[in-house]
Design a protein around this ligand. Structure first.
Ligand SMILES: NC(=O)c1ccc[n+]([C@@H]2O[C@H](COP(=O)([O-])OP(=O)(O)OC[C@H]3O[C@@H](n4cnc5c(N)ncnc54)[C@H](O)[C@@H]3O)[C@@H](O)[C@H]2O)c1
Length: 394
């Protein structure tokens, strides 16, 4: 298992303190896109012992000014154009927190200047854009990481370790609710698909179904979302078959609720909650749970005792900040040549491909096999007026 040395039970703060006992060589980081998710990045970058947030960029002057003053970035290190920031400020790493239609162009610009790139999800709008990002980073010899941050979440890391250790017997099935169709497929369901791959490996094929207002979606239900590319309908259901024989089922309702089933037991992971494996045939099995809301632990659930999950604090489990912190820490280590980011560029491309394959399956009426062929966006032929994102790269 890659990255299995992550010591989940010690918590992120202990991991970082152990790896960086003294403030080490601080990487100089420039952050582009000072909106909502950028705050999660900045609060890590300004407190991690091996990073400094030295420059920021946003096309919106109000966002730039507010962010700059919150995180103490001097006015002469604030830019409205990313090329100016990249050309004028000596940097090691760029964090890209802009809208998805800008990720490819900014990544290629940063890589061309020899900078490592940590990019928000979804990695890109099309596989051609993702491939251009991968090629640019490979060519430049820089690290590319994608922030599908649930890979850094202690609950999912622990589940992955339990599966690898055989706690469920032979791993057979994943079920997940998250995101959904329309805008949410790329924006949120890709998180779930990344998690599926993290737990079950590479996908062989996808069988997808897209609904629009409760009926079968047709070409008339394809549309373009500003900054986020093509979408169809408003709801999805999908089955994914993995190369190792595992299956995953997705419906787009609810939060990141995941059930992991093997021949000998099941792990239930709810947003804000985690339970130890529940062995079949033992109704009194001990579970662990940190439910959402105040108070941390619940008392009893059914006939099972609720108890902490291996010493991870309630605060850590229930706040996504810990996952962002671990993701960024692992990326920073990869920049030093220590392993790979928890979610690589190739991983980011793969979850994008799963979402696109879902559309390909629905509109062809067949399974869509991975790798997706042809790699063009499956909705592009149904939306002829659209200027494809890869043309903008040319
Ligand atoms: N990992 C997560 O959990 C998570 C959560 C939310 C959003 N995201 C992702 O983060 C990205 C940003 O989402 P958000 O919700 O923070 O959006 P946002 O609208 O709050 O912020 C984006 C900012 O980027 C700026 N921007 C856009 N294009 C720019 C450009 N070319 N140059 C300079 N500035 C530019 C905008 O002015 C805006 O201030 C998206 O890809 C989104 O999917 C990830």
């Amino acid at each position: 298992m890659a990255n299995e040395d992550v010591r989940v039970s010690r918590g992120v703060a202990a991991e970082i303190a152990e790896r960086w006992p003294l403030a080490g060589q601080r990487s100089r980081v420039g952050l582009i896109g000072c909106g909502r998710i950028a705050r999660q990045h900045a609060s890590v970058l300004t407190t991690h012992p091996a990073t400094s947030l030295v420059a920021i960029c946003d096309a919106n002057p109000a966002a730039l000014a507010g962010f700059g003053s919150t995180y103490g970035v001097p006015e002469d290190a604030r830019f409205s154009d990313h090329r100016q920031m990249l050309d004028r400020v000596p940097l090691d790493i760029v964090h890209i927190c802009t809208w998805p239609d800008t990720h490819a162009a900014i990544t290629t610009a940063a890589a061309a200047r020899g900078l490592h790139v940590y990019c928000e999800k979804p990695m890109a709008l099309t596989l051609q854009e993702a491939d251009a990002m991968l090629a640019a980073c490979r060519r430049a010899g820089v690290v590319l990481g994608i922030n599908h941050h649930r890979r850094g979440d202690s609950r999912f890391l622990r589940a992955r370790q339990l599966i690898a250790g055989g706690a469920l017997g032979t791993f057979r099935m994943l079920k997940g609710d998250h995101g959904g169709g329309g805008r949410r497929l790329m924006a949120m369901s890709t998180h779930l698909y990344d998690l599926f791959r993290y737990l079950a490996g590479d996908v062989a094929w996808v069988s997808g179904h897209v609904l629009a207002e409760g009926r079968e979606a047709t070409a008339a239900d394809v549309y373009e979302i500003e900054h986020e590319g093509l979408a169809a309908g408003d709801e999805v259901a999908a089955q994914f078959a993995f190369r190792n024989g595992t299956y995953a089922f997705h419906n787009g309702l609810g939060h990141v609720d995941v059930e992991l089933t093997g021949t000998h037991g099941r792990i239930l992971l709810y947003e804000g909650a985690a339970r130890k494996p529940w062995p079949f045939g033992d109704a009194r099995a001990a579970w662990s749970c940190y439910p959402n809301g105040e108070g941390g632990r619940s008392g009893q659930q059914g006939s099972g005792e609720w108890e902490p999950l291996d010493g991870i604090s309630y605060e850590e489990l229930c706040h996504p900040q810990h996952a962002h912190r671990r993701m960024i820490d692992r990326f920073r280590r990869a920049v030093d040549g220590e392993g790979t980011p928890l979610c690589t560029g190739e991983d980011g491309r793969a979850s994008l491909e799963m979402a696109l394959a879902l559309y390909a399956s629905h509109f062809s009426g067949k399974r869509a096999y991975v790798p997706l062929s042809p790699p063009e966006h499956p909705l592009a032929p149904l939306w002829p007026g659209r200027k494809m994102a890869n043309e903008r790269l040319a």
